[in-house]
Unconditional design. Sequence first.
Length: 227
Amino acid sequence: MGGYPTGSAGQLRDERDVRPVSGTVRAWTGPICAVDDELVHLAPEEAPVRRQTVLHHDAVTVVALREGQESSQEDGAAEILMVRQYRHPVRARLWEIPAGLLDVEDEEPVVAAQRELAEETDHEAARWHVLADYFASPGFTTEGVRCFLARDLSVLTADRRTVREAEEAEFVPAWFRLDDVVTAVLGGGVHNPATVVGALAAQRARDLGWRGLREPDAPRLNSPVSL
Protein backbone atom coordinates (compact mmCIF):
# COMPACT_ATOMS: atom_id res chain seq x y z
CA MET A 1 0.00 0.00 0.00
CA GLY A 2 1.16 3.55 -0.70
CA GLY A 3 3.70 2.51 -3.32
CA TYR A 4 6.67 2.55 -0.94
CA PRO A 5 9.39 -0.11 -1.24
CA THR A 6 9.81 -2.72 1.48
CA GLY A 7 13.17 -2.59 3.24
CA SER A 8 15.23 -5.52 4.42
CA ALA A 9 17.02 -6.07 7.71
CA GLY A 10 20.37 -5.71 5.96
CA GLN A 11 19.53 -2.13 5.01
CA LEU A 12 19.11 -1.04 8.63
CA ARG A 13 22.54 0.49 9.05
CA ASP A 14 23.22 4.23 9.12
CA GLU A 15 26.18 5.34 7.00
CA ARG A 16 28.57 8.25 6.75
CA ASP A 17 27.56 10.90 4.17
CA VAL A 18 29.48 14.20 4.13
CA ARG A 19 27.95 16.97 1.99
CA PRO A 20 30.08 19.94 0.81
CA VAL A 21 30.11 23.14 2.87
CA SER A 22 30.93 26.42 1.16
CA GLY A 23 31.15 28.58 4.24
CA THR A 24 31.48 28.09 7.97
CA VAL A 25 31.37 30.79 10.63
CA ARG A 26 32.10 29.91 14.24
CA ALA A 27 29.31 31.91 15.86
CA TRP A 28 30.05 31.03 19.47
CA THR A 29 32.42 28.90 21.55
CA GLY A 30 32.07 27.66 25.13
CA PRO A 31 33.64 25.01 27.37
CA ILE A 32 31.42 22.09 26.30
CA CYS A 33 29.97 23.20 22.98
CA ALA A 34 30.34 25.57 20.05
CA VAL A 35 27.96 26.85 17.35
CA ASP A 36 28.78 26.84 13.63
CA ASP A 37 26.73 28.72 11.02
CA GLU A 38 27.18 26.92 7.68
CA LEU A 39 26.08 26.86 4.04
CA VAL A 40 25.49 23.22 3.12
CA HIS A 41 25.19 21.92 -0.45
CA LEU A 42 22.60 19.13 -0.36
CA ALA A 43 22.72 18.64 -4.15
CA PRO A 44 25.09 20.02 -6.83
CA GLU A 45 22.33 21.70 -8.85
CA GLU A 46 20.65 23.34 -5.88
CA ALA A 47 21.48 26.47 -3.90
CA PRO A 48 23.06 25.80 -0.49
CA VAL A 49 20.92 25.83 2.63
CA ARG A 50 21.88 27.57 5.83
CA ARG A 51 22.22 25.38 8.90
CA GLN A 52 23.37 25.99 12.47
CA THR A 53 25.15 23.14 14.23
CA VAL A 54 25.89 22.82 17.92
CA LEU A 55 29.22 21.02 18.20
CA HIS A 56 29.12 19.10 21.46
CA HIS A 57 31.16 16.52 23.30
CA ASP A 58 29.99 12.94 22.83
CA ALA A 59 28.62 11.19 25.91
CA VAL A 60 28.20 7.85 27.64
CA THR A 61 25.32 6.47 29.69
CA VAL A 62 25.09 3.42 31.94
CA VAL A 63 22.29 0.97 32.67
CA ALA A 64 23.58 -0.54 35.93
CA LEU A 65 21.47 -3.67 36.33
CA ARG A 66 21.09 -6.32 38.99
CA GLU A 67 18.63 -9.23 39.28
CA GLY A 68 18.11 -12.59 40.93
CA GLN A 69 19.78 -12.94 44.30
CA GLU A 70 21.39 -9.50 43.93
CA SER A 71 18.01 -7.80 43.52
CA SER A 72 16.24 -6.16 46.45
CA GLN A 73 12.91 -7.37 45.05
CA GLU A 74 11.30 -10.42 46.64
CA ASP A 75 10.79 -11.98 43.22
CA GLY A 76 14.36 -11.26 42.10
CA ALA A 77 13.14 -8.86 39.41
CA ALA A 78 15.66 -6.88 37.40
CA GLU A 79 16.46 -3.44 38.84
CA ILE A 80 18.38 -0.49 37.43
CA LEU A 81 20.21 2.23 39.34
CA MET A 82 19.05 5.81 38.74
CA VAL A 83 19.62 9.32 40.04
CA ARG A 84 17.41 12.40 40.03
CA GLN A 85 19.02 15.52 38.60
CA TYR A 86 17.92 19.12 38.13
CA ARG A 87 18.13 20.10 34.45
CA HIS A 88 18.03 23.86 34.12
CA PRO A 89 17.20 24.14 30.37
CA VAL A 90 13.89 22.32 30.93
CA ARG A 91 13.36 23.56 34.52
CA ALA A 92 12.71 20.09 35.85
CA ARG A 93 14.20 17.32 37.98
CA LEU A 94 14.54 14.20 35.89
CA TRP A 95 15.09 10.57 36.79
CA GLU A 96 18.15 9.49 34.84
CA ILE A 97 20.59 6.65 34.46
CA PRO A 98 24.23 7.64 35.15
CA ALA A 99 25.76 9.63 32.30
CA GLY A 100 28.59 11.98 31.41
CA LEU A 101 30.59 13.61 28.66
CA LEU A 102 33.56 12.27 26.76
CA ASP A 103 35.56 15.36 27.66
CA VAL A 104 38.80 13.74 28.83
CA GLU A 105 41.36 13.58 26.01
CA ASP A 106 41.88 10.06 24.58
CA GLU A 107 39.62 8.46 27.19
CA GLU A 108 37.87 5.36 25.85
CA PRO A 109 34.04 5.41 26.15
CA VAL A 110 33.92 2.40 28.47
CA VAL A 111 36.48 4.02 30.78
CA ALA A 112 34.38 7.19 30.85
CA ALA A 113 31.31 5.09 31.63
CA GLN A 114 33.13 3.38 34.50
CA ARG A 115 34.20 6.76 35.83
CA GLU A 116 30.68 8.19 35.64
CA LEU A 117 29.11 5.17 37.33
CA ALA A 118 31.58 5.50 40.19
CA GLU A 119 31.23 9.28 40.51
CA GLU A 120 27.44 9.38 40.41
CA THR A 121 26.46 6.20 42.26
CA ASP A 122 29.51 4.92 44.23
CA HIS A 123 29.38 1.64 42.29
CA GLU A 124 31.65 -0.31 39.97
CA ALA A 125 30.89 -3.23 37.65
CA ALA A 126 32.79 -6.31 36.52
CA ARG A 127 30.88 -6.88 33.25
CA TRP A 128 30.37 -4.27 30.52
CA HIS A 129 28.58 -4.44 27.16
CA VAL A 130 27.15 -1.96 24.67
CA LEU A 131 23.35 -1.66 24.67
CA ALA A 132 22.81 1.08 22.08
CA ASP A 133 24.41 3.93 20.15
CA TYR A 134 22.45 7.01 19.17
CA PHE A 135 22.66 10.72 18.39
CA ALA A 136 21.09 12.91 21.06
CA SER A 137 19.35 15.22 18.56
CA PRO A 138 20.92 14.92 15.08
CA GLY A 139 18.88 17.77 13.64
CA PHE A 140 21.06 20.34 15.38
CA THR A 141 23.85 18.83 17.48
CA THR A 142 26.80 16.52 16.89
CA GLU A 143 26.47 14.80 20.26
CA GLY A 144 26.65 11.04 19.96
CA VAL A 145 25.87 8.74 22.88
CA ARG A 146 26.99 5.21 23.69
CA CYS A 147 24.78 3.42 26.22
CA PHE A 148 26.46 0.66 28.24
CA LEU A 149 25.07 -2.23 30.25
CA ALA A 150 26.95 -2.73 33.53
CA ARG A 151 26.47 -5.90 35.60
CA ASP A 152 28.12 -7.75 38.48
CA LEU A 153 27.99 -4.57 40.55
CA SER A 154 29.70 -3.77 43.83
CA VAL A 155 29.75 -0.75 46.13
CA LEU A 156 32.93 1.32 46.36
CA THR A 157 34.68 1.63 49.69
CA ALA A 158 34.42 5.06 51.31
CA ASP A 159 37.99 6.04 50.42
CA ARG A 160 37.30 5.51 46.67
CA ARG A 161 34.17 7.61 46.46
CA THR A 162 33.92 11.02 44.79
CA VAL A 163 32.60 14.11 46.56
CA ARG A 164 29.71 15.25 44.36
CA GLU A 165 29.31 18.98 43.69
CA ALA A 166 26.83 21.45 42.09
CA GLU A 167 23.68 19.66 40.82
CA GLU A 168 25.32 16.30 41.52
CA ALA A 169 25.47 17.13 45.22
CA GLU A 170 21.71 16.51 45.27
CA PHE A 171 22.05 12.96 43.93
CA VAL A 172 20.51 10.17 45.96
CA PRO A 173 20.96 7.00 43.87
CA ALA A 174 17.96 4.66 43.97
CA TRP A 175 17.12 1.22 42.59
CA PHE A 176 13.98 0.81 40.48
CA ARG A 177 12.39 -2.26 38.96
CA LEU A 178 13.22 -2.31 35.26
CA ASP A 179 9.58 -3.11 34.48
CA ASP A 180 8.46 -0.02 36.40
CA VAL A 181 10.92 2.20 34.54
CA VAL A 182 9.71 0.90 31.18
CA THR A 183 6.10 1.51 32.26
CA ALA A 184 7.04 5.06 33.30
CA VAL A 185 8.71 5.64 29.92
CA LEU A 186 5.64 4.46 27.99
CA GLY A 187 3.33 6.39 30.30
CA GLY A 188 5.13 9.71 29.96
CA GLY A 189 6.54 9.77 33.47
CA VAL A 190 10.22 9.69 32.46
CA HIS A 191 11.63 12.06 29.84
CA ASN A 192 15.42 11.92 29.76
CA PRO A 193 16.39 10.36 26.40
CA ALA A 194 19.27 8.40 27.90
CA THR A 195 16.86 6.76 30.33
CA VAL A 196 14.27 6.11 27.63
CA VAL A 197 16.78 4.47 25.29
CA GLY A 198 18.61 2.62 28.06
CA ALA A 199 15.54 1.18 29.74
CA LEU A 200 13.88 0.03 26.52
CA ALA A 201 17.11 -1.43 25.17
CA ALA A 202 17.82 -3.23 28.44
CA GLN A 203 14.32 -4.69 28.57
CA ARG A 204 14.59 -5.97 25.00
CA ALA A 205 18.12 -7.33 25.51
CA ARG A 206 17.00 -9.13 28.67
CA ASP A 207 14.02 -10.63 26.83
CA LEU A 208 16.53 -12.02 24.30
CA GLY A 209 18.61 -13.59 27.05
CA TRP A 210 21.36 -10.96 26.56
CA ARG A 211 22.24 -12.52 23.18
CA GLY A 212 23.85 -10.24 20.60
CA LEU A 213 25.31 -7.70 23.03
CA ARG A 214 28.38 -5.92 21.66
CA GLU A 215 31.73 -5.69 23.36
CA PRO A 216 32.65 -2.36 25.02
CA ASP A 217 35.09 -1.43 22.22
CA ALA A 218 32.67 -2.18 19.36
CA PRO A 219 32.88 0.28 16.41
CA ARG A 220 30.49 3.23 16.50
CA LEU A 221 29.27 5.85 14.05
CA ASN A 222 30.06 9.20 15.63
CA SER A 223 30.06 12.69 14.18
CA PRO A 224 33.47 13.60 12.70
CA VAL A 225 33.09 17.17 13.99
CA SER A 226 32.10 16.49 17.62
CA LEU A 227 34.23 18.30 20.16
